[in-house]
Design a protein around this ligand. Structure first.
Ligand SMILES: Nc1ncnc2c1ncn2[C@@H]1O[C@H](COP(=O)(O)OP(=O)(O)OP(=O)(O)O)[C@@H](O)[C@H]1O
Ligand SMILES: [Mg+2]
Length: 276
């Protein structure tokens, strides 16, 4: 690998992913920089969740490798792997909280499991993490007693419990109303800016991609290969991959768009309503 590829926080090289004989994607090669928000985009079934699972070691590559700070993760021994895993925070697709536990108990779980912190330190850390996601004072609430957006933020607090260097999200805003989805996007950017966390986010929400991603990869289901890599705002005007162009511009047909005055990023105001 070259020096810049080695210095990347995450480096994926020639990754081919398969379930048995069924190849989902071939030859994915890309890097994620430290402190970058990197989106994995693509249509339903294109392999976004599968890629995320490979990146965190839940699935083994058919071929190819994943490196963290230049260290081979795919072939790491158990001890090295455990050390690397400690740096990850993960919010899975539909990432539910344990419904029989309070928010505080949910967030405390990784701390109890993976640290030697005492009860008082855990209580303080939990309070801090919940405050970080705007849930100060909700320690004793059960998931059923708060809104969907608040549940997502609580699972973000749980993913942040061990101060991860990298946060992985699978469809964080799925099922949220547009306002809650935007708040979650803002929160992700705040975490990146205040803590320098690297963020890898799987999403097919166009608004979210334009709002938060520094760079993105497009998984093209029709060719089972990478269909584009770069800043989504640039890709939108410049890609010569027709599927990616349609994917990034579908908002222009039939969706009402507005623009963030600060960044110029487009976002959907009224999904499904026609521009008249
Ligand atoms: N455990 C599995 N065994 C076999 N095939 C699977 C398995 N999980 C996923 N697949 C298949 O692999 C392909 C990619 O699935 P994946 O869940 O990664 O897609 P996705 O891009 O995350 O889709 P979505 O947007 O719907 O979440 C799909 O064709 C899916 O049917
Ligand atoms: Mg998925």
């Amino acid at each position: 690998m070259t020096k810049s590829e080695l210095s990347a926080h995450i480096s994926v090289r020639d990754l081919t992913m398969a379930y048995g004989d069924f190849v989902v994607m071939r030859d994915l090669t890309f890097e994620v920089g430290r402190g970058e928000v990197f989106a994995i985009m693509g249509g339903s079934g294109s392999g976004k969740s599968t890629l995320l699972r490979h990146m965190i070691g839940l699935l083994k590559p058919e071929s190819g490798r994943v490196y963290y700070d230049g260290v081979d993760f795919t072939d790491a021994d158990d001890e090295q792997r455990t050390q690397m895993l400690r740096k990850f925070g993960v919010m899975f697709q539909g990432g539910a909280l344990w419904s029989s536990q309070t928010l505080a108990e949910n967030v405390a779980f990784p701390l109890e499991e993976f640290t030697d912190l005492g009860e008082e330190d855990i209580r303080e850390t939990v309070a801090l993490k919940l405050a970080l996601v705007g849930l100060r004072g909700f320690e004793d609430f059960y998931p059923a007693e708060i809104s969907g957006g608040m549940c997502k933020r609580a699972s973000l607090a749980r993913a942040m419990a061990l101060d991860p260097e990298i946060l992985f999200f699978d469809e964080p805003s799925a099922g949220l109303d547009p306002v809650s989805a935007r708040r979650l996007d803002e929160l992700i950017l705040e975490l990146r800016d205040s803590l320098g966390t690297t963020v890898v986010v799987v999403t097919h929400e166009l608004a979210s991609i334009f709002a938060i991603a520094d760079r993105a990869i497009f998984l093209d289901a029709s060719t089972r290969r990478m269909g584009g890599l770069g800043d989504p705002k640039t890709l939108r005007g410049q890609t010569d991959n027709e599927n990616l162009r349609l994917f990034l511009n579908r908002g222009m047909v039939g969706l009402q768009l507005s623009h963030d005055p600060a960044t110029g990023a487009p976002f959907v105001v009224a999904p499904g309503r026609r521009k008249s």
